[in-house]
Design a protein. Structure first.
Length: 883
DNA sequence: GACCTGCTGCGGTTTG
């Protein structure tokens, strides 16, 4: 980072004036940080611009104002080709608006520039036009850029780029899409070392790292934007806090106050955390106010594009009163009329809270306002914590994936297709090739900065010969090495079929297995998880897209439905991500509880949410203690279900899953036992038929973090997790072809082929680095091993406060409910029995391998004797949970 | 004094 004031030379002054002049002619005043970014750009320096939420389009306009200057400069230089600009957006839906904004300042400079959009939905005629003559300003996605790199004449088309701008970099930097963009940028920089690259990012906890991730080895400036935007975060309080529920996440009790808020305000966005929650809330609102039919709409990722576009247009036109949505509206078009944002349930993270708040008040001078709608009492505390964390600027970090080899493998085939790359015969007896120049280029992408020669060679061998185990299959010899006319060895893809399949599978997004939902009369409504459809019988009803639908039949990978006569149905459950509470939010909650624990005159009680949560917090104090940042609350309780042990490390649900398994495993090493586990974002529960020996908890030895990795891997079935992970990796690496559009392969086929690869690699190619990657992704992403280790280390330092409860406390009840919920699924009874028997046997088998035989048999028989079948078991559990 | 969480994003066929 450099100080721009010292680097602006006199020659910068004139163009800067020109850009400024264009702005002020329209009555706009560029802010100091904008001028700072302009100076960097005019000096030919790349950078990252931190753009606060709520001002997206403005940035495109003033990038345009500077481009205008650059266009004129290039025009004056004799014989210089026109300025070429690439704008990368993570969402197709943003492309048109971005293009309009960025070219606004260029309007009167025609014909020195042309503009276009290239994404998956660009019509083929337009593509052909672009192929004949590349537009000078092109808006595209990371995937389409990758596809452009795979074209035979990629170099001629893209080497002349002058400027690349990556919009919403914060959305890309933390995932494989961002890694693909890093690789593409590395290639563009090889072709044009003077390429100017600028990123736009919302607020993050690690902006400097965001800049490094974007620029790799290249120098990049970081410019922090400041926009005076008032942000209001408040909370909708329950009418009768004393009777507000201690657990659950639906929040139907808040319906009346929410409807009253909608009544009193202009257009509102109502965010929920899940698609089914959005469906349910939409129904609740419509049932409460039938006169709002047509004014309230629904928006989530499983709805058909046409439906979503209709809703977006309605929002833009100000025709809708409210839209119930999931993250599908987090980004997107700037909806000017949106006046309020409401968030039902925990926002989980400060960054997401700010992102959603920024969807409202989309005009200079207007405040952004977000109203949190808690669904249980602890979420009242969370709401106050979220506000405090947001005000203190405690925003989450985002990290780029480290060296994902599936993305690299895909990229190598892309480059081989896109004109190929030079290779050398490898020294030594085992054959194979090296590509030192390419390795250098790849290492200039931040995610691969530590890529070893061995890893690179492995990837090269894998695309050339299918690695150690696929040598016999020609379709996995994707890249062929041949000498060109000058005798130089080059990697290319001569097979047209391989080339076509590769281009069809470019990208890193692996979608869940889902099925189209269609009317029998024609027309697509959206898509639902395959597993949910498979459970339906003809005549069954379910709620989807805000309607009650009757399932008719399945044909050719689509579920056909008609409007249902009945009024109620099951709500579809989509298999989606499970986002844990962020570290920032968790620690903000603990801080508040600490204040509450300190007594009635602590300042935290000035928060209205804390007042509303007071009855519950008082009950917690009467029965037990409040968790604080310095103490570890341990609650034990006996019920008809058995012996409960609850711990509250506040590590987020992923970490708690790992911890629960680890603790159960360690405890049963001391004393043979079988546990059922439950977790939420605050804590975990172990339930056992035998009394739990607490010694290892009280002396902290349970929290030992030496041998952590071994213990975690042994304590849970990581093989199953890794295999699931490998399915995605196999798709990204191009091992599994998902079929032609319109004729997709079924999930079963895809699963079968990816698990075949998994088995083959494990048996015959144990050194396959894609397997290693699957294990690493399970550890880092699903178990969050880093956070788990940190949580464990923290637990060792905490003072244990153990309370033996006479009845479930407000903190422990949600955990007990969580466990019950899993038992009370809508599966058919026979299936459930079957599964429980299997579990019982598996549990006994597991116990027998690691524990002494008589004790294990004893535990199993005790369980059998107690459980008189699932119905009786569930009944006794819910009785036990009653305080 | 009961109590239902689980998101988003893109890309691709062909050759009369």
């Amino acid at each position: 980072m450099r100080d721009p004031s010292t680097t602006a030379s006199p020659s910068d002054a004139a163009p800067l004036q020109a850009a400024r002049a264009w702005f002020s002619a329209r009555g706009w005043q560029p802010a100091a940080f904008q001028v700072e970014a302009w100076q960097h750009m005019l000096a030919g320096r790349s950078g990252l611009l931190h753009a606060s939420t709520g001002s997206g389009k403005t940035y495109a306009v003033w990038f345009g104002a500077l481009l205008r200057v650059l266009v004129e400069k290039k025009k004056r230089e004799q014989g210089a080709p026109p300025l070429r600009v690439l704008w990368i957006t993570p969402m197709r839906a943003l492309a048109a608006d971005s293009l309009r904004a960025i070219t606004l300042p260029l309007a009167d400079l025609a014909p020195h520039w042309t503009a276009g959009i290239r994404t998956g939905d660009t019509p083929s005629a337009e593509r052909a036009r672009q192929d004949r003559r590349m537009p000078t300003v092109l808006v595209t996605t990371p995937e389409s850029l990758s596809l452009m790199l795979s074209r035979e004449h990629a170099r001629e088309e893209l080497a002349q780029l002058d400027v690349v701008i990556v919009d919403e970099w914060h959305e890309l930097m933390g995932n494989k899409r961002g890694v693909q963009a890093q690789l593409a940028l590395a290639r563009l920089r090889t072709w044009n070392p003077a390429l100017l690259v600028w990123g736009l990012s919302a607020t993050l906890g690690n902006l400097d790292e965001a800049a490094r991730t974007l620029h790799g080895h290249a120098e990049g400036a970081l410019v922090r934007g400041h926009v005076d935007k008032t942000l209001v975060i408040d909370t909708l309080l329950p009418a009768n806090p004393g009777r507000f529920s201690w657990a659950g996440h639906l929040g139907a009790q808040m319906l009346e106050p929410l409807v009253a808020e909608l009544e009193a305000s202009g257009t509102a966005l109502v965010f929920t955390n899940t698609r089914s929650q959005a469906e349910i809330w939409y129904q609740l609102i419509i049932n409460a106010r039938p006169d709002w039919a047509g004014l309230v709409a629904l928006h989530h990722g499983s709805l058909a594009h046409e439906v979503r576009e209709w809703v977006e247009a309605g929002l833009k036109a100000g025709k809708l009163k409210a839209v119930v949505a999931t993250s599908s509206l987090d980004l997107g078009v700037d909806f000017l009329p949106v006046e309020r944002v409401l968030q039902i349930g925990s926002a989980k993270g400060v960054a997401r809270l700010l992102q959603r708040a920024g969807r409202s008040g989309h005009q200079p001078g207007r405040p952004s306002r977000i109203t949190l709608v808690p669904t249980n009492t602890l979420e009242l505390v969370e709401a106050a914590a979220a506000r405090r964390a947001a005000q203190a600027g405690r925003i989450e970090r985002r990290e780029t994936p480290q060296r994902p080899l599936d993305v690299l493998v895909q990229h190598l085939v892309t480059l081989a297709l896109g004109g190929g790359f030079e290779v050398l015969p490898r020294d030594g007896a085992q054959g194979g090739h090296d590509a030192p120049a390419l390795l250098d280029e790849i290492r200039r992408a931040h995610a691969y900065r530590d890529l070893t020669l061995e890893q690179f060679r492995w990837a090269l061998d894998f695309v050339e010969r299918g690695g150690a185990s696929l040598g016999a299959y020609p379709e996995y010899h994707r890249v062929r090495i041949e000498a060109d006319a000058d005798g130089v060895l080059r990697a290319g893809v001569p097979d047209r079929g391989i080339a076509r399949r590769h281009r069809m599978s470019v990208g890193t997004i692996v979608s869940d297995a889902s099925m189209q939902v269609k009317w029998i009369t024609g027309g697509t409504i959206g898509s639902i998880d395959e597993g949910f459809i498979a459970r339906l019988k003809p005549g069954d009803c379910f709620i989807f897209a805000g309607r009650v639908l009757e399932y008719v039949r399945t044909r050719e990978m689509a579920a056909y439905v008609k409007r249902a006569a009945r009024n109620r149905g099951a709500v579809p459950v989509w298999g989606g991500g499970k986002m844990p509470l962020s570290t920032e939010m968790a620690s903000a909650v603990l801080d508040l509880l600490q204040g509450a624990a300190q007594g009635d005159d602590d300042p935290v009680w000035s928060e209205p949410e804390l007042q509303a949560a007071r009855p519950m917090l008082q009950t917690q104090v009467q029965l037990s203690r409040l968790p604080t940042p310095r103490t570890l609350l341990v609650e034990t309780c006996d019920s008809r279900e058995g012996h409960h042990l609850c711990l509250y490390p506040f590590g987020g649900r992923n970490v708690h899953i790992g911890l629960a398994q680890l603790f159960a495993w360690r405890l049963s090493k001391h004393q043979p036992n079988t546990f059922s586990l439950a977790v939420n974002d605050y804590g975990l529960e172990l339930l056992s038929a035998l009394p739990i020996e607490l010694g290892a908890v009280l002396d902290h030895s349970l929290f030992d973090s030496s041998r952590l990795l071994d213990d975690v891997l042994q304590s849970l079935n990581s093989g199953e997790l890794a295999q699931r992970r490998f399915r995605e990796i196999a798709r990204v690496a191009g091992l599994v072809f998902t079929g032609f559009p319109g004729a997709p392969k079924s999930t079963r086929q895809l699963q079968a082929s990816s698990s075949l690869f998994y088995e083959v690699f494990r048996k015959y190619d144990a050194g396959n680095l894609l397997l290693t990657q699957a294990d690493a992704e399970v550890l880092s992403q699903e178990l969050e091993i880093g956070r788990l280790a940190a949580t464990l280390a923290r637990m060792q330092t905490l003072r244990i406060e153990h309370v033996a409860l006479p009845m479930p406390s407000p903190m422990s009840l949600p955990l007990m409910v969580e466990r019950l919920r899993e038992k009370l699924t809508t599966e058919k009874l026979a299936d459930r029995l079957q599964r429980m028997l299997q579990e019982l046997e598996a549990g006994a088998a597991r116990a027998e391998t690691s524990l002494s035989r008589p004790a294990a048999a004893g535990a199993a028989s005790r369980r059998r004797a107690r459980g008189a079948g699932p119905a009786a078991g569930a009944g006794s559990r819910s009785r036990a949970a009653r305080p």
